[in-house]
Design a protein. Structure first.
Length: 94
């Protein structure tokens, strides 16, 4: 099992839109092979900074998901409209 931390920072005023779009991401995650659970966290010191933690059966399952059409379909909105920069992912192996 692995945990993946996905760090996102939104453009000013886009926090609520990011949180609403996360619902679509959760739907895609729940349908992905190897996905166990995910949680959205919000930074109390910077309300435009978010962390999504996801539990996966293995790293390959996560990599397959982020290269899938399903992932691209639910995240393409964020590149220029919501996010202030490129998301940063970190894999934690158990």
């Amino acid at each position: 099992m692995i945990t993946v931390g996905m760090n996102y920072h939104t453009l000013p005023g886009k926090q609520q839109e990011f949180e609403e779009k996360f619902a679509a991401v959760i739907g895609a995650l729940e349908a992905a092979d190897g996905h166990t659970s995910s949680t959205l966290w919000k930074d109390t010191a910077d309300d435009a900074s978010y962390l999504i933690t996801s539990e996966w059966s293995d790293e390959q399952a996560f990599r397959d998901f982020i290269s899938s059409d399903a992932f691209r379909a639910v995240t393409s909105w964020g590149k220029e409209q919501i996010l202030s920069g490129r998301p940063q992912h970190k894999v934690y192996k158990h």
